[in-house]
Design a binder for this molecule. Structure first.
Ligand SMILES: Cc1cc2nc3c(=O)[nH]c(=O)nc-3n(C[C@H](O)[C@H](O)[C@H](O)COP(=O)(O)OP(=O)(O)OC[C@H]3O[C@@H](n4cnc5c(N)ncnc54)[C@H](O)[C@@H]3O)c2cc1C
Length: 443
């Protein structure tokens, strides 16, 4: 065997496909009974519910754009995936649950832009030890706004790190979202995101239900132990989520050097969960992308996204990130649904019926993820992401969203990291265009 890939998420499948196309003998070992990892489409209701990733965060310059076109995947424009304040119609509600009129909504997006500009200049000289919360306070202090106006932006900033990082603003580094620029529109997939990893995995030797427990390296190669026996190869690419590495679920011998173990310890693994509610009827406004509650009334639920176009049913999606995301994992489905309805009824009153169905994720307690995605925690930096990739002793490589500093916590970041690992193993550049070759658009 030339290369063993651990994990059949988008990073692992990308690396394996590129190496396979270059003539290598590759095996992919995956603990789950499916490929895709944190891309997971639930079709049990007869339509698609993406329980993991939903969005392409920016079509411009994104390798996913060409792949999705090659696979003829249906897309739906939905450019609010990155917690924007404006840009697309959003029904914004103030602390008293009054709908902001057009002028007030425009002023709100201007306020966020103003605060963001001040935030950027505030953190220009900030080190690794300042938190996003502390930097936000310094920026807000420079606005001179009255308390209520500043509080709205403060609450928005808190929800931004909960959504983008799965962590509280106090846990996240001031620089964590520096890379977070979305180029072009965002889209979601009525036919399910998992079409992509499933198509890319076609023709590969993927061993499902195979849990890796240990990786031993020597001067000449690697041995990978699973519950069903061992595999040997010249190289291994480990793509398991950062949460799994932090938990020590795979034993590395010799122990990982500080250059890799340090970033694994320093970076954070956030929790970000989804709650989909399918209603018998639509009770919210037509023509909006999202409903957003502002200010102190925005705790614990603040944003609801109209994803009816995906399912063809009246459906809202809301998120729970950071501490609240971990907390809901301990609650029953009924408790979570009731809590969401309680917040929605404060806005829409008795118009809000009982949902006919719901879907709630719990990525933080999923033993094969142990979190939703990585983030730059206080004390770490984006360089830690890339340092984590190794290679170690020329034979042990890491890939996955947590190893890609420019765009961690995304599908395209994971894809880029798989591409980089494949190039390092081959020792020469590989065109990413090759990924789309031979994919089957009929799926
Ligand atoms: C709720 C949620 C929403 C998201 N939304 C978006 C979005 O809209 N857009 C976006 O771009 N990104 C989004 N993301 C992030 C995106 O899903 C991930 O960044 C990306 O899918 C990670 O791919 P990966 O290959 O790095 O890891 P994974 O997909 O996690 O793949 C790693 C694989 O390793 C396997 N594994 C774990 N342990 C072992 C073991 N011991 N042995 C063998 N196999 C093992 C796992 O089962 C998994 O299949 C979201 C994530 C979540 C959780």
């Amino acid at each position: 065997m030339d290369t063993i890939v651990v994990g059949a998420g988008i990073a692992g499948i990308t690396a394996a496909r590129l190496l396979h196309a270059a003539g290598q003998r590759v095996v992919v070992l995956e603990a789950r009974d499916r490929v895709g990892g944190r891309i997971r489409t639930d079709r049990t209701a007869g339509f698609c519910v993406d329980r993991g990733a939903s969005w392409i965060h920016g079509l411009t310059g994104n390798p996913l754009t060409g792949l999705v076109a090659a696979l003829a995947m249906e897309t739906h424009e939905f450019t609010v995936g990155s917690f924007q304040a404006g840009g697309r119609p959003i029904a914004d509600y103030d602390e008293s649950r009054r709908l902001l009129d057009d002028q007030a909504a425009r002023q709100w997006t201007v306020d966020v832009d103003t605060a963001d500009d001040l935030f950027q200049t505030t953190i220009a000289d900030s080190g690794h030890d300042e938190s996003y919360a502390a930097a936000a306070e310094r920026a807000l202090a420079r606005t001179g706004w009255e308390p209520e106006r500043a509080e709205r932006v403060r609450a928005f900033y808190r929800h931004r790190t909960e959504e983008q990082c799965g962590a509280e603003a106090e846990e996240v580094a001031a620089h964590a979202l520096d890379e977070d620029a979305i180029e072009g529109d965002e889209v979601i997939f009525p036919g399910g995101y998992d079409v992509l990893p499933r198509a890319l995995a076609e023709g590969l030797d993927v061993r499902l239900g195979t849990t890796v427990t240990a990786v031993t390296r020597s001067a000449t190669g690697v041995r990978v132990d699973t519950q069903d026996g061992s595999f040997e190869a010249a190289h291994v690419i480990v793509t398991v989520p950062l949460g799994v590495l932090k938990a020590g679920a795979i034993e590395f011998t010799p122990a990982l050097p500080d250059s890799v173990a340090g970033p694994i310890a320093r970076l954070g693994m956030g929790v970000f969960n989804k709650v989909f509610l399918q209603f018998p009827d639509r009770f919210w406004q037509d023509g909006i992308y999202a409903i957003r509650q502002h200010g102190q009334a925005s705790v614990p639920w603040h944003s609801w996204y109209d994803v009816s176009a995906v399912s063809g049913k009246p459906m809202l999606l809301t998120f729970a990130g950071g501490a609240w995301g971990r907390e809901i994992e301990q609650k029953t489905d009924e408790e979570v649904v009731s809590s969401v309805l309680h917040s929605l009824r404060k806005i829409y009153g008795d118009l809000v019926p009982r949902p006919v169905a719901h879907w709630i994720t719990r990525w933080g307690i999923d033993p094969l993820a142990l979190g939703s995605y990585s983030y730059v925690a206080v004390g770490s930096s984006h360089a830690d992401h890339d340092a984590m990739a190794g290679p170690v002793d020329g034979v042990l490589h890491f890939a996955g969203e947590a190893t890609w500093g420019r765009e961690p916590s995304t599908v395209h970041g994971a894809l880029h990291s798989g591409h980089r690992a494949a190039e390092r193993i081959l020792g020469s550049p590989i065109s990413l265009a090759g990924l789309a070759q031979g994919v089957n658009p009929s799926r």
